[in-house]
Write a protein that binds this ligand. Sequence first.
Ligand code: NAD
Length: 427
Amino acid sequence: MSTKSSRIPEFYKLSVEERLSIVRKYADLTDEEVETLRSGRLSYDIADRMIENVVGLMAMPFAIATNFLINGRDYLIPMVIEEPSVVAAASNGARMARVKGGFHASSTEPIMIGQIQVVRPPNPYKARLELLQRKDEILDLANSRDPVLVGLGGGAKDLRVKVLETFRGSMVIVELLVDCRDAAGMNAVNTMAEAVAPLVERIAGGRVRLRIVSNLASYRLARAWAIFDKDILGGEDAIEGILDAYAFAVADPYRCATHNKGIMNGVIAVALATGNDHRAIEAGAHAYAAMDGRYKPLTTWDKTPDGDLIGTIELPLAVGVVGGATRSHPTARIALKILGVKTARELAEVMASVGLAQNLAALRALATEGIQRGHMKLHARNIAIAAGATGDLIDEVARRMVEEGVIRIDRAKEILSELTGMGRETG
Ligand code: NAD
């Protein structure tokens, strides 16, 4: 267990260099890693091998959320995101959770689903039984394609077969359940699904079409709960407000989409920092939220017998600490080092906790003073930059807009031109 504390009061008031020096000490970063963070360095060489048709790079801010205590261990959380307020809100939510012991997180085994679609089987229900009967043969063939994963205790573990009635007729769908260990596992699963397809086709008859992982990783769940002290939250009315906000999300998909988006603000920022596939995570989370036919919040909120607030979160998280870009992107490797997570499950548990902290902070702000005051204050600097401000002028233009209570691009340009006489040419 770490003896280092992630509770760093007024971290946000420090300069970037001061913060970096704290993180460097905390995570024992090398000079080279510090330089990589500072410069956001990604060589053309690596970039050109990550995706196709590369012509350049695009940098994003890399920040640290503080205060996270998860399963009794302190974590500094790397977050990459373009939206202001998210990192502040996560740190704030985590600070409030610490008082009553922080987050209690858990996860299931890292099982992903690979689907093999058989169209026009002559006898779908018979095919289903025959496929199930030859399960071991199919699993062995799948596992022969990834001895590394199997050697680590993972691999294809089980098989499900279902018959779907579609508008194109009956289909047999074979589902490989693959333990992906510390990889997100999408490539691993796809490779296995393609490998077993000819055998599946021979057994089932008909024709195999798709062989692809499902992003609804409903067997690969991360969970967390935390208790938030009534007084820290701002008293009974704040709790009532949060519960009213939660009830609104449960009852209305329009609100619920935004409720879940707020959760994903945190989850995706950590996914980006660690080089994980955020589209896969988004797809999985929202599909899971709608799994029983109605789109629901990924969190629950309730009052404890003592009058405190208790929150829970449960969502599928197909994330890895190996594979994909997690090890090939130099900054992602540093993010994993700062987190200090050893397994994909631990990373998923951290991400679920971040999602819960994010949701609490958003609900509390929404249910009390509203989010715009705090958010626009932080967003003012972005608007100043968009208006053409540079250097110290960014803070000065932002400060004046916040003081006036008018945080808009037209006003930013006016202030900038008052300050420099140049604002109008920039927009
Ligand atoms: P990968 O193929 O790069 O790495 C996984 C492999 O690493 C495993 O198959 C295993 O052989 C090896 N490995 C070594 N140590 C391991 C360990 N401790 N635990 C597990 N495996 C270990 O990556 P991946 O995780 O299979 O796939 C992720 C990538 O797939 C992402 O980049 C994603 O964008 C992409 N992808 C996603 C989808 C989708 O979401 N629908 C589809 C295709 C590809």
